[in-house]
Design a binder for this molecule. Structure first.
Ligand code: ADP
Ligand code: 5GP
Length: 205
């Protein structure tokens, strides 16, 4: 529970394969007040994914309809597919004092920052230790064909080039260390004076 000011949006962006999903899953498992925002997408559901858990999978016309209705707080086209974040979920969670985790790209991050007060948004760019290691991880993950891996590598530089727009940069070298660092970012951000005001007033008056 918390006041309206205690909740915030936590944006995670990264070149594909840098470890964003792995780190996001760990954070959600460690911290019950972090709520993962399930995006809506027009891309096809992968075999290991579940509709309504990983994404809401919709047709392009359904996506367009929701977009026109203003249902998305941000949306972007990534790898030829549309992705959008549900406005209602984000706004309700923050009002409830929760931390809303958005796994979105730099275009979405920009739109969110433009719409909300700065102290409502914390953004983290996750980077791999190097591009050769990124390629190795994409290949080891075994999810994509060689041509898709090459496509993701080409996109990686474009995503990473926006690191300067983020509040934190996390280099995912040792997984355990990166996991701890992400938890530390959230713990520190919670202690910001603006988010503690309600509790401070109860003590100090
Ligand atoms: P993303 O969500 O950014 O595309 P994933 O979380 O799927 O990336 O990670 C890509 C692959 O790299 C996965 O196979 C994952 O297990 C592995 N991985 C993630 N972090 C590390 C790390 N620090 N060291 C080695 N492998 C890692
Ligand atoms: P994937 O299809 O591999 O799950 O995701 C591809 C990319 O789309 C990732 O960089 C991911 O962060 C981004 N993405 C996923 N959901 C959203 C969203 O709702 N909005 C935006 N802008 N990007 C998203």
């Amino acid at each position: 529970m918390g006041s309206a000011q205690s909740g915030f949006i936590l944006i995670l962006s990264a070149p594909s394969g840098a470890g964003k999903s792995t780190l996001a899953r760990h954070l959600v498992s460690q911290d019950p007040s972090v709520r993962f925002s399930i995006s809506t997408t027009t891309r096809e559901c992968r075999p290991q994914e579940t509709n309504g858990v990983d994404y809401f999978f919709v047709s392009r016309s359904e996506f367009e309809q929701q977009r026109h209705q203003g249902n998305f707080i941000e949306w972007a086209e990534v790898f030829g597919h549309c992705y959008g974040t549900t406005r209602q979920f984000v706004e309700q969670s923050i009002a409830h004092g929760d931390i809303v985790l958005l796994d979105i790209d730099w275009q979405g991050a920009r739109q969110v920052r433009a719409q909300l007060p700065a102290n409502h948004v914390v953004s983290v760019m996750i980077l791999p230790p190097s591009y050769p290691i990124l390629r190795q991880r994409l290949l080891q993950r075994g999810r994509d064909s060689l041509s898709v891996v090459e496509q993701r590598m080409a996109q990686a530089e474009a995503e990473a080039s926006h690191w300067g727009e983020y509040d934190y940069v996390l280099i995912n070298n040792q997984l355990e260390r990166a996991q701890q660092d992400l938890v530390a970012v959230v713990r520190s951000e919670r202690l910001r004076i603006q988010r503690m005001e309600h509790q401070i007033r109860e003590i100090v008056g």
